[in-house]
Structures are given as structure tokens and as C-alpha cells.
Design a protein around this ligand. Structure first.
Ligand code: TGC
Ligand code: FAD
Length: 390
């Protein structure tokens, strides 16, 4: 059997264009050839596979929806989602690298940057010549980013940046960081910090049991001089970073399906081959319940993601709709990973199979980009009109 057979129980392929299917095939082929053979070793050793960056750029994983004049591919959001799904079928950490680069670094420069900033950074970010990271979370401000204390002070010819960001994907190797900081009036502004600026360091975060093949770090700013032309001119307030999160959360809603599909495929294949008590374990009702529920949940998640993609491409997807899909689909994937792990028995805990790695990765995915709880409260606020955060 093809290890990358994609479940399509409701014939959803009929809702995709030929271009979507072509993109999916090319990313799937790349994942199978370049990522899958090496990912377990990198996860076991907690090393980031830097050698994949060039290939990720070549398959168009960095900023696929950014217009061609800035080095992107000008694709629709369904195509973007499909790319994230196929990458996360391989590993959530590699999908993270692409999410951050495209949705959290290229998108803010594209949406809030000056023409000069767009021309200076976007083509190089699309080609992977420059890698970026996104600094919003702080040690004392995770779910509540509006409380951030990182700040900039206007000194006349530049800004002085002070503060620290924590849990930043790609930080240890990023060339640039899109950073959110408060100005003297308390307004949140976005800026571009560059590696090499005096006072800017990126210590790596070690000992993670999750996203082990993704590099995570801090961003520490000690009186860093930020030239005025590095401020993103066209946004102020929390809606700046939250607007970027809409992009990344959307991609994660698709990405999680990829991880779930890989767990389901693996468990189904294993259950059909593994014989206990004289018959394949797939023949026992308890295992069929698990597998049947998995494909049901994957199919529901696919429908959510597909419809959300269509709305997003039409610029009609609301932030609350994106929260619902991110929350549902990541939770779905984590449940499937846990069930699939059990179907494999003892083998499920080894690196021979991808399931345990997906399961551990998804513990980060259900926490970052807004926790499971936060997304529920966003839905709660949307349907009741009452804000549980205040
Ligand atoms: P609140 O008062 O509700 O809103 C402040 C302003 O922001 C606007 N807004 C949004 N704008 C765009 N998109 C959204 N999704 C928005 N949500 C709110 C809002 O309209 C308002 O605008 P204005 O003009 O009136 O000022 O804000 P709040 O302080 O009550 O917080 C709301 C809350 C809790 C929902 C929000 O802060 C939140 O989403 N918290 C979760 C934080 C989070 O998701 N952090 C993610 C960090 S990045 C990351 O994890 C990357 S992992 C990447 C990887 O490796 O893949
Ligand atoms: P807290 O906000 O302290 O939450 C702790 C618990 O309290 C959670 O269960 C939460 O749901 C709950 N809680 C909080 N507020 C409420 C409430 N109002 N009501 C009910 N329950 C509540 N951030 C970036 O900026 N850039 C990145 O690239 C990035 N990458 C990451 C990579 C990894 C591997 C991880 C783990 C995190 C990353 N993050 C990044 C940070 C991530 O976004 C935060 O971890 C997340 O937003 C949660 O913040 P916190 O960890 O401070 O948890």
C-alpha cells in the first residue's frame, strides 16, 4: 500500500481544482522523499533539519498566497491549506516552520509593511534566502498578549527596543524577527529586528518533548537600536498580531488533518496486518470502533477546512470561524493520535512509526496559536456577545 494514501471518504477531491490536486501531489511527493526518511532521527535527536529549508522554498511552502510581484505564488487559501496539510502529514514542526515564515513573517510585512519593506524582504523570505520568526508571546503574557511589556522608545533618529519574547518558533536560526512591542503611548507596534543588531540574542529552548524537530527559542532585546524604517507603518494595536494569527490558525486547521490522516493510515494498515487470537486485530469490534470514529472525525474536519478555505479565499472567513476550525481539527487530530497509538500496541511507542511523534507534536499545536480553551471562549463570545476575557 502507498504509505501516503489520503482518506477521501466523502469524495472531497471533487471539490478541488486540478491545480489544487497538482500542488498536493508535488508537496506529498516531496514530503515522502525528503522529509519522512529523516524526520524520526531529527525528532529523536531534537535537531532541526535545516537541509529541508531549500526544498520547502522550492515547493512553494513559504507564503504561497503572497502575490507574485513579491515572490509569492499568488495562490488561493485552499491551496495554502493543502500545502500545510501535506507538510503536517510529515511533521507538525516542519509545518510550523512554514506557517511562521508565510503567515507570521511574510503576511505582516505584506499586509502592514511599506512598499520598500515588501520589496526588500518578501522575495528573499519566499526563496528561503532569509528565514524569519514571530515574537508575540512573552514569559508573563501568553494567552493575554495585550499585556505585553516589551517596548520601544523613540530617541529621535531610531527606536530603542527592550524586553523578551518566549517560545518563539524558528528563533534560533532566524535572520529576522517580526516583533510586537508597545510604544510610549502603550500602542502595540510591529517592527523588524535583524540578527546581528547589537543587544539582540536568541537563546534556544531545550528539553521539549514536543515539536522536537522544530527549533524554539527566546528573543531578548537589550537596548536594541531599531531604525525607523524597520517599523511596520500600516498597523497599530493588538489587531496587528491577531490579524497574522488568523492566517496561521487557518493553516493549522488544515495541517492537523494531515497529522490525523497519517495516524489513521498507519493504524488502519497495522490493524489489518497484526494478528492476535488468530485474526487481524482490525476484525475486533473495539478496534473497528476506533478506526470508524477516526475516519468520521477526519471527514468532518475536512469539510470544515474546505468550507473555511472557500470563505477565506473570498475574504469572508471571520476570526471566530477560524478559531472553531483550529480548535476542532487540532483536538480531533490529538484524539486520533492517542487512539491510533493504542492500536499499535507496544510498537506505537517507538520511532518506527510516526504516531507517537505526531501525538507529542500535537500537544504544542493544541496550545500555540491560541489554546484550546481560548478558542472556545472566542466562539463563546461570538455566539453570546459576552466577553469572558474581560
Ligand atoms: P480584544 O479586546 O478582543 O481585541 C483587541 C483588538 O484586536 C481585534 N481582534 C482581532 N483582529 C484580527 N483578528 C483577530 N483574530 C482578532 N481578535 C481580536 C479586536 O477587534 C480589537 O481591535 P480594536 O480595533 O477594537 O482595538 O483583545 P483581548 O486583549 O481581549 O484578547 C483577545 C484574545 C484572548 C482572543 C486574544 O488575545 C488571543 O487570541 N489570545 C491568544 C494568543 C495567541 O494566540 N498567541 C499566539 C502566539 S503566536 C504562536 O503561537 C505561533 S506558533 C507558530 C507555529 O510554530 O506554527
Ligand atoms: P497561558 O496563557 O499561561 O495559559 C495556561 C493555561 O491557562 C492554558 O490552559 C490556557 O488555556 C488557560 N487560560 C489562559 N487564559 C484563560 C482564560 N481567560 N480562561 C480560561 N483559561 C485560560 N508564540 C509566539 O509568539 N511565536 C511563536 O513562534 C510561538 N511558537 C511556539 C512554539 C511552541 C512549541 C510553543 C509551545 C508555543 C509557541 N508560542 C509562540 C507560544 C504560544 O502561543 C503560547 O504558549 C500560547 O499562546 C499559550 O500561552 P502560555 O503558554 O503563556 O499559556
Amino acid at each position: 500500500t502507498d504509505l501516503f494514501e489520503s482518506p477521501d471518504y466523502y469524495l472531497l477531491d471533487e471539490l478541488l481544482s486540478d491545480e489544487h490536486k497538482l500542488i498536493r501531489q508535488s508537496v506529498r511527493d516531496w514530503v515522502k522523499k525528503e522529509l519522512s526518511p529523516i524526520i524520526d532521527t531529527h525528532a529523536q535527536n531534537a535537531t532541526f533539519p535545516k537541509q529541508l529549508l531549500k526544498g520547502l522554498a522550492e515547493i512553494g511552502a513559504f507564503g504561497p498566497t503572497i502575490p507574485e510581484e513579491y515572490g509569492g505564488a499568488g495562490l488561493d487559501y485552499t491551496a495554502y491549506g493543502i500545502i500545510m496539510q501535506e507538510l503536517e502529514r510529515g511533521d507538525s514542526g516542519i509545518r510550523s516552520t512554514a506557517s511562521v515564515q508565510g503567515s507570521l513573517v511574510m503576511y505582516p510585512i505584506y499586509a502592514y509593511g511599506s512598499e520598500e519593506q515588501k520589496h526588500k524582504y518578501l522575495p528573499k523570505l519566499a526563496s528561503g534566502e532569509l528565514m524569519g520568526c514571530f515574537g508575540l508571546t512573552e514569559p508573563d503574557h501568553g494567552s493575554n498578549p495585550g499585556g505585553m511589556v516589551t517596548n520601544i522608545k523613540d530617541t529621535g533618529d531610531h527606536y530603542l527596543l527592550n524586553g523578551a519574547k518566549m517560545w518563539i518558533s524558528n528563533a534560533p536560526f532566524a535572520d529576522i524577527a517580526v516583533v510586537w512591542a508597545k510604544d510610549e503611548s502603550g500602542k502595540i507596534r510591529g517592527l523588524i529586528a535583524e540578527r546581528g543588531m547589537k543587544g539582540f540574542t536568541t537563546p534556544e529552548t531545550h528539553n521539549k518533548w514536543s515539536l522536537r524537530a522544530s527549533a524554539t527559542g527566546e528573543l531578548v532585546f537589550d537596548n536594541v537600536k531599531i531604525p525607523k524604517e524597520n517599523i511596520l507603518p500600516n498597523v497599530a494595536g493588538l489587531k496587528g498580531p491577531l490579524g497574522c494569527l488568523n492566517q496561521a490558525r487557518y493553516g493549522i486547521a488544515w495541517g492537523a488533518i494531515g497529522a490525523a490522516m497519517d495516524c489513521y493510515d498507519t493504524a488502519l494498515r497495522y490493524a489489518k496486518e497484526r494478528v492476535q487470537f488468530g485474526k487481524p486485530i482490525a476484525g475486533f469490534q473495539l478496534q473497528q470502533k476506533k478506526l470508524a470514529e477516526m475516519i468520521t472525525e477526519i471527514t468532518k474536519a475536512q469539510l470544515l477546512a474546505w468550507r473555511l478555505g472557500t470563505l477565506k479565499s473570498e475574504n469572508r472567513a471571520t476570526a471566530a470561524q477560524i478559531s472553531m476550525s483550529k480548535r476542532n481539527n487540532v483536538d480531533m487530530a490529538l484524539h486520533i493520535a492517542r487512539e491510533a497509538r493504542q492500536i499499535l500496541g507496544g510498537m506505537g511507542i517507538t520511532g518506527e512509526y510516526s504516531i507517537m511523534r505526531h501525538m507529542m507534536n500535537l500537544e504544542s499545536v493544541i496550545t500555540y496559536e491560541g489554546t484550546h480553551d481560548i478558542h472556545l471562549l472566542i466562539t463563546g463570545m461570538d455566539i453570546t456577545g459576552l466577553d469572558a476575557f474581560k
